[in-house]
Design a binder for this molecule. Structure first.
Ligand SMILES: Cc1cc2nc3c(=O)[nH]c(=O)nc-3n(C[C@H](O)[C@H](O)[C@H](O)COP(=O)(O)OP(=O)(O)OC[C@H]3O[C@@H](n4cnc5c(N)ncnc54)[C@H](O)[C@@H]3O)c2cc1C
Length: 411
């Protein structure tokens, strides 16, 4: 195709937009990347706790399997630009990468800022014009894109527009849902937007007493209202003033799916390395060691300080009861609490605290082999703005890069 003189405007300078703009630029198109922040990739900076889990080095089929919502829609995108392609590209641009537990890929430097710098270099190499401005709307005529209106009153005429404005979470990074509105104005359907990979509020108030306490190496089990197990995991979590957060909790939240989380039960295994009997033996040893103390002073070897008053209260054993008077049934109650510390979920935290937005531009209205709108010629989508969402592990960024690549190649 003769691409000379064809103008493309990419709205949003996150990973999807930077990739789309660079790929379009590499084809000789006249590309403008509009970003409302004064720097590119503001959300990318926060990813992976500042280390940026760029992708996951699994098989492509497993990439799809890790996208519970509309994974099959991404078949072409994932195969056109795979996780291995992404790593090869980043390496060729000078960014070394490393693979960690669970095939998670990070920059070797552990710095998300290095990923941003690398993508900025890619954008520059491909002659993309970066403009700091806020896009307000897209003009279309006779079913085809004509240009982009900016908030400052400017109009950028073009033949293609790629919407890569991200979702609704962490709005301070610029992801304020503008793309949903722009697409709706052009007749697109936006499926209900809700938080995913999000902290959970609990009905019980005791997590507040342990707030700030981070627990590593714990087990969790999440059950629905019928007692069916929806998720089990092992790892790290944190108590907060509203309930629970941290990696295993965020992952658990995405398994609740579209259901109302109210009434789901979370069971925390504080001692997953010890089975019930071994833990009982361990507590008996501690009780022997502290036999002259009172109950509330007997758990120091077993539990973090912040959790002791909580467990003492939940056990219904008087805190001042001498340890040598604690009955077997009471001790077993403590074992139960440590193996199955139960919480009842009330709701998700608000969407602005979520890692990703579930819902978005309906995939029924997007051609999966090009990312072009089926309604408006020359309109393309890339990244989180689309109704796809994945589990943690680098899958969400791979979605941004693969859909960005495909849109940049097709526009
Ligand atoms: C705390 C946190 C940690 C995360 N960690 C990981 C991780 O380690 N691995 C992983 O795979 N995923 C992670 N994610 C998810 C991942 O960051 C997102 O899925 C990804 O950034 C989506 O990319 P995007 O380009 O579609 O959108 P975004 O990164 O949100 O970028 C959209 C851009 O568009 C701009 N924009 C919006 N509207 C306009 C407008 N009207 N005009 C101009 N510009 C506009 C915004 O300012 C923004 O810069 C994390 C998310 C969060 C919040």
């Amino acid at each position: 195709m003769d691409t000379r003189g064809r103008r493309v405007v990419v709205i949003g300078g996150g990973p999807a937009g930077m990739m789309a703009a660079s790929v379009a630029g590499s084809r000789g198109l006249d590309v403008t990347l509009i970003e409302k922040n004064n720097k590119l990739g503001k959300k990318l900076y926060l990813t992976g706790k500042g280390r940026c889990n760029v992708t996951n080095l699994c098989e492509v089929e497993d990439l799809i399997a890790n996208v519970p919502v509309n994974g099959k829609f991404l078949y072409s995108a994932f195969y056109t630009f795979t996780n291995r392609d992404l790593i090869a590209l980043l390496n060729s641009l000078g960014l070394e990468t490393k693979v960690e537990r669970g095939n998670r890929v990070f920059p070797a430097s552990d710095k998300s800022s290095d990923v941003i710098k690398t993508l900025e270099r890619y954008v520059r190499q491909n002659n993309v014009k970066v403009v700091q401005a806020e896009a307000e709307g897209i003009a279309a005529e006779d079913g085809a894109v004509r240009g982009v209106r900016l908030k400052n009153g400017d109009f950028l005429p073009c033949e293609s527009v790629i919407i890569a404005t991200g979702g609704l979470s962490y709005p301070s990074t610029g992801s304020t849902g503008d793309g949903y509105r722009m697409a709706r104005d052009l007749g697109h359907t936006v499926t209900p937007l809700r938080p995913s990979l999000v902290p959970l509020e609990t009905q019980e108030e005791w997590p507040r007493d342990a707030q700030g306490l981070s627990l590593k190496n714990i087990g969790i089990r999440l059950e629905d209202r019928q007692g069916r197990i929806v998720y089990e995991d092992f790892g790290e979590m944190i108590f907060t003033h509203y309930g629970v957060s941290g990696p295993v909790i965020l992952s658990a939240s995405s398994y609740i799916g579209k259901a109302d989380p109210n009434g789901y039960r979370l069971y925390i295994d504080l001692k997953p390395a010890l089975d019930h009997d071994k833990l009982d033996e361990r507590i008996q040893r501690d009780f022997l060691k502290y036999s002259r103390k009172i109950f509330s002073n007997s758990l120091d070897d077993l539990l973090p300080k912040k959790l002791i008053p909580v467990i003492v209260r939940l056990s219904n054993i008087p805190p001042d009861k001498p340890v040598n008077q604690i009955k077997k049934e009471e001790r077993q109650q403590v074992v139960m609490l440590l193996k199955q510390l139960a919480l009842t979920i009330k709701c998700y935290r608000p969407i602005d605290e979520a890692i990703i937005t579930s819902g978005g531009i309906s995939v029924r209205e997007i051609d999966p082999s090009t990312m072009e709108s089926k309604l408006v010629k020359g309109l393309f989508f890339a990244g989180e703005v689309i109704d796809v969402d994945a589990y943690t592990g680098g899958f969400n960024l791979q979605i941004a890069f693969s859909t960005g690549y495909l849109a940049g190649q097709s526009c």
